[in-house]
Design a protein around this ligand. Structure first.
Ligand code: CA
Length: 250
């Protein structure tokens, strides 16, 4: 109660502003200058940042105190980012923490793997601090406020069941583990079977506006999605030169 009273002034000054962010972010980056740059920019946005330089230190820190989001570099001196991410996503205690992965240019295969092991976002180095902050804000926003409009909605198409409110997907009754973005892509398509969505429409529906996405990242999501959906992967149809649609003849 006392705390609430003491912080009222701050809250009032920032009402309606995007600077209300006070989430805790764990930054895992071994290069000092990049760590410094990212930390500085996130703290300037009001985030509370804890920075560590190794994968082991990251896992220890998460066990000690769970952050609201992890910014995870791919190449680390001990455990690499993929391993760290895989471990976090395999643990029911930590699987819900969003992970934004930092990758260098030309590490496309690692991006795909990163998404497969459950990373929620990837940011390619070199990045502008503005883009980095915008993407992290977007991840936090979409993870903090899952669709409430579909709290009780269940979509069924053939062997596929999508529980929108629970963010749960099943194929022939078996649960399929999707990342947040994969789920959103699937939801967008399956909601309107037969309708062709361009990559940009998908990007818009999934991300919001403050995110510069390429066609390619949608393709990456679709590849991962099809693979995870197994026999239901064929429900997502490529419409050459246009985009994707959910098949009506499932
Ligand atoms: Ca590194």
């Amino acid at each position: 109660m006392l705390e609430a009273v003491q912080t009222t002034g701050v809250a009032e000054r920032e009402t309606g502003a995007e600077t209300m962010a006070r989430e805790a972010i764990l930054l895992v980056e071994d290069e000092d200058d990049i760590q410094e740059l990212v930390k500085y920019n996130l703290e300037r946005e009001g985030y509370r940042v804890t920075a560590v330089g190794t994968g082991e230190a990251a896992l220890q820190e998460v066990a000690r105190r769970q952050p609201d989001l992890i910014v995870l570099d791919l190449m680390l001196p001990d455990l690499d980012g993929l391993t760290v991410c895989k471990r976090l996503k395999a643990d029911p205690e930590t699987k819900g923490i969003p992970v934004a992965m930092l990758t260098a240019k030309g590490e496309e295969p690692d991006i795909v793997t990163g998404l497969e092991v459950g990373a929620d976002e990837y940011i390619t180095k070199p990045f502008s601090p503005r883009v980095l902050v915008a993407r992290i804000r977007a991840v936090l926003r979409r993870c903090a406020s899952p669709d409430t409009d579909g709290a009780e909605t269940v979509l069924r198409r053939g062997d596929l069941m999508i529980n929108v409110g629970r963010h749960e997907v099943r194929v022939q009754g078996r649960p399929v583990s999707l990342t947040y973005t994969e789920f959103r892509v699937l939801h967008v398509l399956a909601q309107r079977p037969g309708v062709v969505f361009s990559r940009y429409q998908i990007v818009d529906a999934v991300r919001g506006e403050d995110y510069p996405v390429t066609d390619r990242s949608v393709d990456v999501q679709i590849v991962g999605l099809r693979r995870k959906l197994g026999s239901c992967g064929r429900y997502i149809e490529t419409v050459r030169g246009v985009g994707y649609r959910f098949r009506t003849d499932t």
